[in-house]
Write a protein that binds this ligand. Structure first.
Ligand code: ZN
Length: 300
């Protein structure tokens, strides 16, 4: 496989939003810098959300400002609404992910409005983006592969929303398996359908390993032509509306898979494992996942 894959670290956002320990700003920046140094070109560094909802991200603007100074790194941020998007743009974010859920119930629980209301708000975000320069606007579709509240999510609805996003001028679409309901056959089918609907628009995959299918889903998405993947160091992450849901696919395990497949990511696995060791020191008492640290890479 010759195309390069972009592996984006989301541990600092998806991973930190549910854990009990608060990570201080300097440690967050040390973590971001360490991953940039081992070859990560995109890292989701924070979320612009109300501090009352997620105090972990009270330092969003400071973290973004610090991350922007790191060489060869494009820091990305998550926003749930127009207000967050404007705050992110004012803080100098150059790549912003607006998140909404395909499942109406999940969207209401997460951002207190219907999916259609979020899509209408997204139009305002696009207008705001168009007033500024050089901002890449991504939309993440949470619960694209199923919802802990509604169960199955209609494939056609995912494709329909993706078409809407392409027409509205969104730069990248991220399909997220927020609650770990996806399986490889479904992942291949939905990504293939969406790709057919939106053409060359970049697609990204965001998998949680809730039921152990995370890396199998990565393989399926890779086969369907996806070249952008999210993962979290130590398998951090979860979803407040999916009880028992474990974290994202572990960055170290995902990178090991890509290395074995001969997929070029530009990231050094051995050096990443050193960062992974630090993670346990930065988040004492937090449960970390991922198989590779204990076993080490397969000896070729
Ligand atoms: Zn997630």
């Amino acid at each position: 496989m010759s195309d390069r894959v972009i592996l984006r670290e989301v541990g600092l956002r998806d991973g930190l939003q549910l854990i009990k320990s608060r990570l201080d700003t300097n440690t967050k920046l040390a973590w971001i810098k360490a991953q940039a140094e081992v070859g990560f070109t995109e890292i989701e560094v924070t979320s612009f959300v109300p501090i009352s909802v997620l105090p972990q991200f009270a330092d969003a603007a400071t973290v973004l400002a610090g991350a922007k100074k790191i060489d060869n790194l494009l820091p990305t941020v998550l926003v749930p609404n127009l207000r967050g998007a404007v705050m992110a743009m004012d803080a100098g974010a150059k790549k912003i992910t607006f998140v909404l859920s395909v499942s109406d119930s999940h969207n209401r629980a997460n951002v207190r409005r219907s999916t259609d209301e979020s899509l209408a708000m997204l139009r305002e975000v696009v207008a705001e983006r168009d007033n500024r320069q050089d901002i890449t606007l991504v939309t993440a579709l949470a619960t694209s592969f199923g919802c802990s509240m509604e169960g199955a999510v209609n494939d056609a609805r995912v494709t329909q929303i993706a078409e809407f996003l392409a027409n509205e001028g969104i730069d990248e679409i991220n399909l997220a398996d927020t609650v770990g309901y996806g399986d490889p056959i479904q992942v291949r089918r939905i990504f293939t359908d969406v790709k057919t609907a939106v053409g060359d628009l970049p697609l990204a995959a965001h998998f949680h390993d809730t039921r152990g299918l995370g890396l199998a889903n990565v393989m399926a998405a890779l086969d369907a032509g996806v070249r952008r993947f999210d993962s979290a160091l130590g398998g951090l992450g979860g979803c407040p509306f999916a009880p028992g849901a474990s974290g994202n696919i572990a960055t170290e395990d995902t990178l090991h898979l890509f290395d074995r497949l001969g997929v070029d990511t530009g990231i050094n696995l051995g050096a990443l494992l050193e960062v992974r060791r630090h993670l346990a020191e930065w988040l004492p008492g937090e449960k970390l996942e991922g198989r590779l640290l204990g076993a080490g890479p397969a000896n070729r």
